[in-house]
Design a protein around this ligand. Sequence first.
Ligand SMILES: Cc1cc2nc3c(=O)[nH]c(=O)nc-3n(C[C@H](O)[C@H](O)[C@H](O)COP(=O)(O)O)c2cc1C
Length: 351
Amino acid sequence: MTTIEAPTRPAADSIGHDRLRRLMARGTAFLGSEVAIMAGAMSWVSERHLVSAMSNAGGFGVIACGAMTPELLDAEIAATKALTARPFGVNLITMHPMLPELIDVAGRHGVGHVVLAGGLPPAGAIDRIKATGAKVICFPPTLAFAKKLIRSGVDALVIEGMEAGGHIGPVSTSVLAQEMLPEIATQLPVFVAGGIGRGEAMAGYLEMGAAGVQLGTRFVCATECIAHPNFKKAFIRASARDAIASVQIDPRLPVIPVRALKNAGGELFTAKQREVARSLDEGQIAMAEAQLQIEHYWAGALRRAVIEGDVEHGSVMAGQSVGMVTREEPLADILNTLVDEGAHALERRAG
Ligand SMILES: Cc1cc2nc3c(=O)[nH]c(=O)nc-3n(C[C@H](O)[C@H](O)[C@H](O)COP(=O)(O)O)c2cc1C
Protein backbone atom coordinates (compact mmCIF):
# COMPACT_ATOMS: atom_id res chain seq x y z
CA MET A 1 0.00 0.00 0.00
CA THR A 2 1.28 3.45 -0.86
CA THR A 3 1.22 5.94 1.95
CA ILE A 4 1.42 9.66 1.47
CA GLU A 5 3.80 11.08 4.01
CA ALA A 6 2.95 14.31 5.76
CA PRO A 7 5.63 16.92 5.06
CA THR A 8 8.27 16.66 7.74
CA ARG A 9 9.73 19.82 9.22
CA PRO A 10 12.85 20.55 7.17
CA ALA A 11 15.97 21.41 9.17
CA ALA A 12 16.66 25.13 9.45
CA ASP A 13 19.80 24.62 7.35
CA SER A 14 18.01 22.63 4.61
CA ILE A 15 18.28 23.54 0.93
CA GLY A 16 14.71 24.84 1.12
CA HIS A 17 15.41 27.16 4.05
CA ASP A 18 18.55 28.37 2.35
CA ARG A 19 16.61 29.16 -0.84
CA LEU A 20 13.91 30.89 1.17
CA ARG A 21 16.49 33.01 2.97
CA ARG A 22 18.01 34.03 -0.37
CA LEU A 23 14.64 34.83 -1.92
CA MET A 24 13.76 36.94 1.12
CA ALA A 25 17.15 38.68 1.37
CA ARG A 26 15.99 41.94 -0.19
CA GLY A 27 12.88 42.03 1.97
CA THR A 28 14.70 41.24 5.21
CA ALA A 29 17.38 43.86 4.43
CA PHE A 30 14.65 46.41 3.81
CA LEU A 31 12.60 45.58 6.92
CA GLY A 32 15.49 44.72 9.25
CA SER A 33 13.69 41.50 10.24
CA GLU A 34 14.72 37.82 10.09
CA VAL A 35 11.99 36.82 7.66
CA ALA A 36 10.33 39.03 5.05
CA ILE A 37 6.83 38.47 6.39
CA MET A 38 4.82 41.48 7.51
CA ALA A 39 1.78 41.27 9.76
CA GLY A 40 -0.35 43.83 7.94
CA ALA A 41 -1.86 46.49 10.17
CA MET A 42 -5.39 45.63 11.32
CA SER A 43 -7.36 48.36 13.08
CA TRP A 44 -8.02 47.53 16.77
CA VAL A 45 -6.14 44.23 16.31
CA SER A 46 -2.61 45.39 15.50
CA GLU A 47 -1.69 47.07 18.77
CA ARG A 48 1.37 46.72 20.99
CA HIS A 49 0.91 43.02 21.83
CA LEU A 50 0.47 41.57 18.35
CA VAL A 51 3.03 43.95 16.84
CA SER A 52 5.75 43.21 19.40
CA ALA A 53 5.03 39.46 19.27
CA MET A 54 5.42 39.54 15.47
CA SER A 55 8.68 41.47 15.54
CA ASN A 56 10.08 39.43 18.44
CA ALA A 57 9.32 36.24 16.49
CA GLY A 58 11.48 37.47 13.61
CA GLY A 59 8.75 38.92 11.39
CA PHE A 60 7.71 42.54 10.98
CA GLY A 61 4.77 43.93 12.97
CA VAL A 62 2.90 47.07 11.97
CA ILE A 63 0.81 49.22 14.35
CA ALA A 64 -2.61 50.17 12.94
CA CYS A 65 -3.10 53.84 13.72
CA GLY A 66 -6.64 53.87 12.28
CA ALA A 67 -8.52 56.83 13.75
CA MET A 68 -6.13 57.28 16.73
CA THR A 69 -5.19 60.80 17.81
CA PRO A 70 -1.50 61.74 17.77
CA GLU A 71 -1.46 61.34 21.59
CA LEU A 72 -2.82 57.79 21.40
CA LEU A 73 -0.37 56.86 18.64
CA ASP A 74 2.45 58.30 20.71
CA ALA A 75 1.46 56.08 23.66
CA GLU A 76 1.03 53.00 21.45
CA ILE A 77 4.46 53.37 19.85
CA ALA A 78 6.09 53.92 23.25
CA ALA A 79 4.36 50.82 24.66
CA THR A 80 5.40 48.73 21.65
CA LYS A 81 9.00 49.88 22.02
CA ALA A 82 8.88 48.73 25.64
CA LEU A 83 7.94 45.23 24.43
CA THR A 84 10.37 44.80 21.54
CA ALA A 85 13.78 46.10 20.57
CA ARG A 86 13.22 44.90 16.99
CA PRO A 87 11.99 47.01 14.07
CA PHE A 88 8.27 47.52 13.50
CA GLY A 89 6.24 49.88 11.36
CA VAL A 90 3.29 52.23 11.71
CA ASN A 91 0.31 52.25 9.33
CA LEU A 92 -1.33 55.63 8.78
CA ILE A 93 -4.54 56.22 6.85
CA THR A 94 -4.09 58.95 4.22
CA MET A 95 -7.52 60.50 4.86
CA HIS A 96 -6.81 61.03 8.59
CA PRO A 97 -7.30 64.76 9.23
CA MET A 98 -4.14 64.90 11.39
CA LEU A 99 -1.83 62.95 9.05
CA PRO A 100 1.09 65.45 9.32
CA GLU A 101 0.98 65.35 13.13
CA LEU A 102 0.87 61.53 13.10
CA ILE A 103 3.90 61.45 10.79
CA ASP A 104 5.74 63.71 13.23
CA VAL A 105 4.89 61.43 16.17
CA ALA A 106 6.29 58.40 14.32
CA GLY A 107 9.33 60.49 13.39
CA ARG A 108 10.00 61.55 17.00
CA HIS A 109 10.03 57.87 18.00
CA GLY A 110 12.42 57.01 15.19
CA VAL A 111 9.97 54.53 13.63
CA GLY A 112 11.83 53.16 10.62
CA HIS A 113 8.89 52.32 8.32
CA VAL A 114 5.62 54.17 7.70
CA VAL A 115 2.92 52.41 5.68
CA LEU A 116 0.44 54.76 4.02
CA ALA A 117 -2.94 53.13 3.41
CA GLY A 118 -6.31 54.29 2.13
CA GLY A 119 -5.63 56.00 -1.16
CA LEU A 120 -3.06 58.10 -2.90
CA PRO A 121 -0.92 60.00 -0.34
CA PRO A 122 -1.69 63.73 -0.14
CA ALA A 123 0.94 66.18 -1.38
CA GLY A 124 3.90 66.43 0.95
CA ALA A 125 3.16 63.28 2.99
CA ILE A 126 5.89 61.17 1.36
CA ASP A 127 8.51 63.92 1.71
CA ARG A 128 7.49 64.60 5.31
CA ILE A 129 7.96 60.92 6.21
CA LYS A 130 11.28 60.69 4.40
CA ALA A 131 12.51 63.82 6.19
CA THR A 132 12.14 61.90 9.48
CA GLY A 133 14.50 59.24 8.09
CA ALA A 134 11.74 56.62 7.79
CA LYS A 135 11.05 54.49 4.75
CA VAL A 136 7.68 54.88 3.01
CA ILE A 137 5.54 51.93 1.94
CA CYS A 138 2.38 52.42 -0.16
CA PHE A 139 -0.38 50.30 -1.72
CA PRO A 140 -0.71 50.83 -5.49
CA PRO A 141 -4.14 49.75 -6.80
CA THR A 142 -2.89 49.58 -10.40
CA LEU A 143 0.38 49.39 -12.32
CA ALA A 144 0.02 53.04 -13.39
CA PHE A 145 -0.31 54.09 -9.73
CA ALA A 146 2.67 51.94 -8.83
CA LYS A 147 4.82 53.75 -11.37
CA LYS A 148 3.56 57.12 -10.14
CA LEU A 149 4.37 56.21 -6.53
CA ILE A 150 7.85 55.04 -7.53
CA ARG A 151 8.43 58.42 -9.22
CA SER A 152 7.22 60.13 -6.01
CA GLY A 153 10.03 58.40 -4.10
CA VAL A 154 8.32 55.61 -2.14
CA ASP A 155 10.73 52.96 -0.88
CA ALA A 156 8.57 49.84 -1.17
CA LEU A 157 5.11 48.76 -2.28
CA VAL A 158 2.51 46.29 -1.05
CA ILE A 159 0.24 44.90 -3.75
CA GLU A 160 -2.93 43.62 -2.17
CA GLY A 161 -5.59 41.55 -3.90
CA MET A 162 -9.31 41.28 -3.28
CA GLU A 163 -8.96 38.03 -1.32
CA ALA A 164 -7.72 40.10 1.64
CA GLY A 165 -9.66 41.03 4.75
CA GLY A 166 -10.70 44.65 5.34
CA HIS A 167 -10.93 47.28 2.58
CA ILE A 168 -10.26 45.75 -0.81
CA GLY A 169 -9.79 46.55 -4.47
CA PRO A 170 -11.46 44.65 -7.32
CA VAL A 171 -8.50 42.59 -8.62
CA SER A 172 -7.19 39.26 -7.28
CA THR A 173 -3.73 38.86 -5.78
CA SER A 174 -2.64 36.38 -8.44
CA VAL A 175 -3.47 38.80 -11.27
CA LEU A 176 -1.92 41.84 -9.53
CA ALA A 177 1.25 39.83 -8.91
CA GLN A 178 1.51 38.75 -12.55
CA GLU A 179 0.80 42.25 -13.83
CA MET A 180 3.03 44.18 -11.47
CA LEU A 181 5.97 42.04 -10.34
CA PRO A 182 7.66 41.69 -13.75
CA GLU A 183 7.37 45.45 -14.28
CA ILE A 184 8.38 46.89 -10.91
CA ALA A 185 10.00 44.27 -8.69
CA THR A 186 13.48 45.08 -9.94
CA GLN A 187 13.04 48.76 -9.07
CA LEU A 188 12.10 48.46 -5.39
CA PRO A 189 10.99 45.81 -2.86
CA VAL A 190 7.42 44.67 -3.52
CA PHE A 191 5.43 42.73 -0.90
CA VAL A 192 2.44 40.63 -1.93
CA ALA A 193 -0.71 40.53 0.24
CA GLY A 194 -4.18 39.04 0.13
CA GLY A 195 -5.27 35.44 0.48
CA ILE A 196 -1.97 34.01 1.64
CA GLY A 197 -2.64 31.32 4.21
CA ARG A 198 0.25 28.91 3.70
CA GLY A 199 3.97 29.08 3.05
CA GLU A 200 3.73 27.38 -0.36
CA ALA A 201 1.86 30.41 -1.75
CA MET A 202 4.40 32.73 -0.14
CA ALA A 203 7.23 30.81 -1.82
CA GLY A 204 5.45 31.12 -5.16
CA TYR A 205 5.21 34.91 -4.94
CA LEU A 206 8.86 35.13 -3.84
CA GLU A 207 9.85 33.09 -6.89
CA MET A 208 7.87 35.53 -9.04
CA GLY A 209 10.03 38.38 -7.75
CA ALA A 210 8.31 39.56 -4.56
CA ALA A 211 10.68 40.72 -1.80
CA GLY A 212 8.29 39.39 0.82
CA VAL A 213 4.66 39.00 1.78
CA GLN A 214 2.09 40.61 4.05
CA LEU A 215 -0.57 38.61 5.87
CA GLY A 216 -3.35 39.76 8.15
CA THR A 217 -6.07 37.12 8.56
CA ARG A 218 -3.59 34.33 9.40
CA PHE A 219 -2.32 36.25 12.47
CA VAL A 220 -5.64 37.17 14.10
CA CYS A 221 -5.80 33.95 16.12
CA ALA A 222 -2.29 34.34 17.52
CA THR A 223 -2.37 33.77 21.28
CA GLU A 224 -0.81 37.20 21.77
CA CYS A 225 -3.54 38.95 19.76
CA ILE A 226 -5.95 40.89 22.01
CA ALA A 227 -9.00 40.32 19.80
CA HIS A 228 -12.05 39.14 21.77
CA PRO A 229 -12.39 35.32 22.08
CA ASN A 230 -15.66 35.54 20.07
CA PHE A 231 -13.76 37.22 17.21
CA LYS A 232 -11.16 34.46 17.20
CA LYS A 233 -13.85 31.74 17.42
CA ALA A 234 -15.61 33.24 14.40
CA PHE A 235 -12.34 32.98 12.45
CA ILE A 236 -11.75 29.39 13.51
CA ARG A 237 -15.28 28.34 12.48
CA ALA A 238 -15.38 30.20 9.17
CA SER A 239 -14.53 28.92 5.71
CA ALA A 240 -13.34 30.89 2.69
CA ARG A 241 -16.83 31.45 1.29
CA ASP A 242 -18.01 33.08 4.52
CA ALA A 243 -15.64 36.02 3.95
CA ILE A 244 -17.67 38.17 1.58
CA ALA A 245 -17.28 41.66 0.14
CA SER A 246 -19.77 44.37 1.15
CA VAL A 247 -22.21 45.57 -1.49
CA GLN A 248 -22.64 49.15 -2.63
CA ILE A 249 -26.36 50.00 -2.75
CA ASP A 250 -26.29 53.53 -4.18
CA PRO A 251 -24.32 54.31 -7.36
CA ARG A 252 -23.93 57.95 -6.23
CA LEU A 253 -22.20 56.90 -3.05
CA PRO A 254 -19.06 55.01 -3.99
CA VAL A 255 -17.99 52.96 -1.01
CA ILE A 256 -14.81 50.95 -0.96
CA PRO A 257 -15.83 47.31 -0.48
CA VAL A 258 -14.89 45.64 2.78
CA ARG A 259 -14.35 41.88 3.10
CA ALA A 260 -15.77 40.47 6.34
CA LEU A 261 -17.54 37.36 7.61
CA LYS A 262 -21.22 37.45 6.73
CA ASN A 263 -23.50 38.28 9.65
CA ALA A 264 -26.39 40.57 10.61
CA GLY A 265 -23.94 43.50 10.50
CA GLY A 266 -24.19 43.38 6.69
CA GLU A 267 -27.77 44.67 6.94
CA LEU A 268 -26.73 47.41 9.36
CA PHE A 269 -24.25 48.57 6.75
CA THR A 270 -26.96 48.66 4.09
CA ALA A 271 -29.08 50.81 6.43
CA LYS A 272 -26.10 53.10 7.10
CA GLN A 273 -25.52 53.55 3.37
CA ARG A 274 -29.19 54.48 2.86
CA GLU A 275 -28.99 57.03 5.68
CA VAL A 276 -25.80 58.61 4.31
CA ALA A 277 -27.15 58.61 0.72
CA ARG A 278 -30.28 60.41 1.95
CA SER A 279 -28.20 63.10 3.69
CA LEU A 280 -26.21 63.46 0.48
CA ASP A 281 -29.40 63.81 -1.59
CA GLU A 282 -30.83 66.40 0.76
CA GLY A 283 -27.63 68.41 0.52
CA GLN A 284 -26.97 68.08 4.26
CA ILE A 285 -23.46 66.72 3.66
CA ALA A 286 -20.86 66.80 0.88
CA MET A 287 -19.36 63.70 -0.77
CA ALA A 288 -16.12 63.81 1.25
CA GLU A 289 -18.10 63.94 4.48
CA ALA A 290 -20.34 61.10 3.27
CA GLN A 291 -17.32 58.91 2.65
CA LEU A 292 -15.79 59.84 5.99
CA GLN A 293 -19.04 58.83 7.71
CA ILE A 294 -18.87 55.45 6.00
CA GLU A 295 -15.26 55.00 7.18
CA HIS A 296 -16.23 55.95 10.74
CA TYR A 297 -19.02 53.41 10.52
CA TRP A 298 -16.51 50.67 9.68
CA ALA A 299 -14.13 51.69 12.45
CA GLY A 300 -17.02 51.52 14.98
CA ALA A 301 -18.36 48.24 13.62
CA LEU A 302 -14.90 46.64 13.69
CA ARG A 303 -14.33 47.79 17.27
CA ARG A 304 -17.68 46.29 18.25
CA ALA A 305 -16.56 42.88 16.98
CA VAL A 306 -12.83 42.92 17.88
CA ILE A 307 -13.02 44.54 21.31
CA GLU A 308 -16.59 43.97 22.51
CA GLY A 309 -16.97 40.53 20.93
CA ASP A 310 -20.29 41.29 19.18
CA VAL A 311 -19.57 39.21 16.10
CA GLU A 312 -23.22 39.25 15.01
CA HIS A 313 -23.71 43.01 14.63
CA GLY A 314 -20.12 44.20 14.42
CA SER A 315 -17.79 43.82 11.44
CA VAL A 316 -15.67 40.66 11.48
CA MET A 317 -13.23 41.74 8.79
CA ALA A 318 -11.49 38.64 7.45
CA GLY A 319 -9.87 37.50 4.24
CA GLN A 320 -10.64 34.38 2.24
CA SER A 321 -7.67 32.62 3.84
CA VAL A 322 -9.79 32.48 7.03
CA GLY A 323 -10.58 28.82 6.28
CA MET A 324 -6.92 28.02 6.89
CA VAL A 325 -7.09 29.45 10.41
CA THR A 326 -7.95 26.40 12.50
CA ARG A 327 -6.80 27.16 16.05
CA GLU A 328 -5.35 29.69 18.41
CA GLU A 329 -1.57 29.33 18.64
CA PRO A 330 1.49 31.38 19.57
CA LEU A 331 2.55 33.83 16.89
CA ALA A 332 6.01 32.29 16.64
CA ASP A 333 4.39 28.92 15.76
CA ILE A 334 2.35 30.50 12.96
CA LEU A 335 5.45 32.18 11.59
CA ASN A 336 7.55 28.99 11.83
CA THR A 337 4.83 27.01 10.06
CA LEU A 338 4.74 29.50 7.19
CA VAL A 339 8.54 29.43 6.91
CA ASP A 340 8.71 25.63 7.01
CA GLU A 341 5.93 25.25 4.44
CA GLY A 342 7.69 27.73 2.15
CA ALA A 343 11.07 26.05 2.60
CA HIS A 344 9.59 22.63 2.01
CA ALA A 345 7.91 23.79 -1.21
CA LEU A 346 11.15 25.31 -2.49
CA GLU A 347 13.08 22.16 -1.66
CA ARG A 348 10.59 20.05 -3.61
CA ARG A 349 10.73 22.41 -6.56
CA ALA A 350 14.54 22.30 -6.51
CA GLY A 351 14.10 18.58 -7.22
C1 LIG B 1 -9.54 42.76 10.76
C2 LIG B 1 -8.72 43.45 9.71
C3 LIG B 1 -8.47 44.83 9.81
C4 LIG B 1 -7.66 45.48 8.88
N1 LIG B 1 -7.38 46.82 9.05
C5 LIG B 1 -6.50 47.43 8.21
C6 LIG B 1 -6.09 48.77 8.43
O1 LIG B 1 -6.51 49.41 9.39
N2 LIG B 1 -5.19 49.33 7.56
C7 LIG B 1 -4.70 48.62 6.49
O2 LIG B 1 -3.88 49.17 5.75
N3 LIG B 1 -5.06 47.35 6.26
C8 LIG B 1 -5.94 46.74 7.10
N4 LIG B 1 -6.25 45.41 6.90
C9 LIG B 1 -5.55 44.66 5.82
C10 LIG B 1 -4.29 43.95 6.38
O3 LIG B 1 -3.32 44.88 6.78
C11 LIG B 1 -3.63 43.01 5.36
O4 LIG B 1 -3.11 43.74 4.26
C12 LIG B 1 -4.58 41.96 4.85
O5 LIG B 1 -5.23 41.36 5.93
C13 LIG B 1 -3.81 40.91 4.03
O6 LIG B 1 -4.66 39.98 3.45
P1 LIG B 1 -5.15 38.63 4.22
O7 LIG B 1 -6.21 39.08 5.18
O8 LIG B 1 -5.71 37.84 3.11
O9 LIG B 1 -3.96 38.02 4.89
C14 LIG B 1 -7.09 44.75 7.79
C15 LIG B 1 -7.38 43.38 7.67
C16 LIG B 1 -8.16 42.73 8.61
C17 LIG B 1 -8.41 41.24 8.47
